[in-house]
Design a protein around this ligand. Structure first.
Ligand code: DGI
Ligand code: FE
Ligand code: FE
Length: 193
């Protein structure tokens, strides 16, 4: 990471993120950042890395499909990705926009963005913090969110399992296309063997 050591640099980063997003999505990023700091405190993780990762996690969410497709090709990512859309791209492909435009090179932060929508079979503490901060930030209001917050505060891993189970149920109900990594994460964290 180009380490961000002072308030001025954080303010600059916030402005760059705000510039790319609608005000409401930017506010979601700020809430996710604050919630990530809270979860970092509970799990003895680097507060600044959590703050930055939470802030930037949806940085690319409002990019055009054409931008994502160009990046998938430029970076020679798995062409299978082309069969999905913004919901999957904004994390796994979005990390490259963050790296090149925001000059964040910390792989822990970039990986947490890559994994923030689908989870992964193996997740670092930062991956889990961003995944759960996004899901439980204070304005989330889906059925069960209060339970999700309590579980997550008690046990970050249990929160990850809760989210993976409920998101997969939600996607199946909507007959959504499921990305293979979402299923792999579910199998790892939720399914009984
Ligand atoms: O970007 P946010 O809305 O803050 O949150 P997110 O990145 O966690 O999730 C965006 C959406 O993506 C959410 O409604 C769940 C959905 N999603 C997660 N896994 C999959 C998925 N959508 C599809 N189609 N397939 C998946 O595997
Ligand atoms: Fe997202
Ligand atoms: Fe988000």
């Amino acid at each position: 990471m180009t380490t961000i050591n002072n308030e001025f640099d954080l303010a600059t980063l916030q402005k760059q993120v705000h510039y790319q997003l609608s005000d409401s999505r930017y506010q979601h990023c700020l809430r996710t950042s604050e919630r990530a700091v809270q979860l970092a405190k509970l799990n003895h993780y680097d507060l600044q890395k959590a703050q930055i990762a939470g802030l930037v996690h949806d940085y690319a969410k409002e990019r055009s499909d054409a931008d994502f497709i160009a990046m998938i090709k430029q970076e020679k990512l798995d062409p299978e990705l082309l069969n999905y859309g913004n919901a999957i791209w904004h994390g796994v492909v979005g990390a490259f926009f963050i790296k090149y435009e925001l000059k964040i090179t910390d792989e822990d932060i970039l990986n947490s963005v890559r994994r923030h929508t689908t989870g992964d079979v193996r997740m670092t503490t930062l991956d889990k913090i961003v995944f759960m901060a996004d899901y439980t930030e204070p304005k989330r209001d889906f059925t069960g969110v209060e339970q999700a917050r309590e579980i997550t505060n008690q046990d970050l891993d249990a929160g990850v399992a809760y989210q993976l189970q409920h998101t997969l149920e939600f996607l199946l109900q909507k007959h959504s296309q499921i990305y293979p990594l979402t299923i792999a994460s579910y199998n790892q964290w939720v399914a009984q063997k």
